[in-house]
Design a protein around this ligand. Structure first.
Ligand SMILES: Nc1ncnc2c1ncn2[C@@H]1O[C@H](COP(=O)(O)OP(=O)(O)OP(=O)(O)O)[C@@H](O)[C@H]1O
Ligand SMILES: [Mg+2]
Length: 372
């Protein structure tokens, strides 16, 4: 069929070509600026384009290299082959080790033929490691809670069975079993109340507390509550906090929880008949805190904590010695709660420990200029 072009349609064709070039430029800029790693390859898997994110992750000078030399992952290469073989798109999830574990969602798309030069394909790598870690944490958390609840529940149901059966008429056994049942149910109540505390602090993580709190009186109250427990184990708490109030902005209840757990830990995990030292000092400047700060130090002498455990202590349910902590009634949530509360107060928690010597826990909190 014979086509007739009038002036208007020729103009339209010119404008369209200009628009295409314009759009091409825009698309390149957009591809450069997106957070995903974007590549364009030719039919031989040669890299024709790599955006900034890709260069940050895989190094500079990617254009011209063969993609196989950048990511040598069978699933990723299979997805590319799939598209080069004629499928419109392919998706995979791959793990890469680059000093740390990276989870990437790979999407390969056919961009069509370029002149006579063969196929062009795009590869988009989306870092989904955080989503994966969050999901992993959630699954671990549910497994941990179920496990922690199952042990006391199994114990209680065992006692009930014994009381209904063999120990039915044994008054002495009855009172012994009831005592054990009381301990187990107390453990479950403690676990639930710690979980509720944790979820409350987490829910309020972004809202900074607003009360003016005197750290000296907080620490004194905690020591008063725990003095007896310490002396029952032959331990002495030495306080070096002075009498002058030291004000911070916070929630009094939450700060009591922080020092209650730190001092309780020092009592539980230090050497027999040792001293626990608690002090407060003012710092003109502290790391990650704008302006002056108070540093509360809780120091104990004892077995200490091996280096490889330290970074994990604030994870939920993490305990150096599971059975010993459990035997002492611990749920392993104490330091997780401490970390969240300190974070909510825009403060810092520092842990130093040497195996065989002892541990030092420091809480650094911003100074409030309202109360002083
Ligand atoms: N001062 C310390 N000295 C030695 N080990 C410690 C000290 N503080 C904590 N730990 C170790 O860290 C683990 C986690 O402490 P965390 O306070 O979170 O849990 P817990 O004391 O076991 O239980 P909970 O605090 O919930 O009652 C403890 O089980 C213990 O192994
Ligand atoms: Mg504890």
């Amino acid at each position: 069929m014979l086509m007739r072009f009038d002036r208007a349609s020729i103009d339209t064709a010119i404008v369209t070509r200009q628009d295409d070039q314009l759009a091409d430029g825009y698309f390149k800029k957009i591809a450069q600026s997106v957070r995903d790693n974007v590549f364009v390859l030719d039919k031989d898997r040669q890299i024709l384009f790599a955006n900034k994110s890709a260069e940050n992750l895989f190094g500079e000078g990617l254009v011209g290299k063969n993609f196989v030399n950048v990511i040598r992952h069978p699933d990723c290469l299979a997805a590319i082959d799939g598209v080069l073989d004629g499928r419109p798109s392919e998706g995979r999830v791959i793990f890469l080790e680059r000093g740390f574990r990276l989870m990437l969602q790979v999407n390969v798309t056919d961009l069509g033929k370029h002149n006579d030069d063969g196929a062009r394909i795009s590869i988009q790598l989306n870092d989904v490691s955080q989503v994966y870690e969050a999901e992993q944490m959630r699954t671990d958390f549910v497994a941990n809670v179920s496990h922690e609840l199952r042990s006391p529940l199994t114990a209680v149901s065992g006692f009930i069975e014994t009381l209904l059966g063999p120990a039915k008429d044994d008054a002495e056994a009855r009172s012994r079993f009831l005592n054990l049942m009381q301990q187990e149910t107390a453990r479950m109540v403690r676990l639930i109340s710690d979980l509720l505390s944790l979820s409350k602090v987490e829910a309020n993580q972004r809202i900074r507390p607003t009360e003016n709190v005197d750290l000296v009186s907080v620490v004194r109250r905690v020591v008063k509550n725990l003095e007896q427990a310490a002396s029952e184990r032959g331990k002495k708490i030495r306080l070096d906090v002075g009498d002058t109030p030291q004000w911070t902005i916070g929630s009094e209840d939450e700060l009591i929880q922080v020092f209650q757990n730190l001092v309780e830990n020092s009592i539980k995990y230090s050497a027999a008949a040792s001293e626990i030292d608690i002090s407060i000092c003012r710092l003109d400047r502290a790391l990650q805190i704008n302006g002056p700060a108070y540093q509360v130090t809780v120091k104990d002498k004892g077995e200490g904590i091996a280096r490889h455990h330290i970074a994990r202590l604030t994870e939920r349910f993490y305990r150096v010695d599971n059975s010993r902590s459990r035997a002492m009634g611990g749920t392993g949530l104490g330091l997780a709660i401490v970390k969240h509360i300190v974070g909510r107060h825009r403060g810092r928690l520092q842990i130093e420990s040497e195996e065989g010597t002892g541990s030092v826990f420091r809480v650094v909190l911003p100074v409030s200029n309202i109360g002083s």
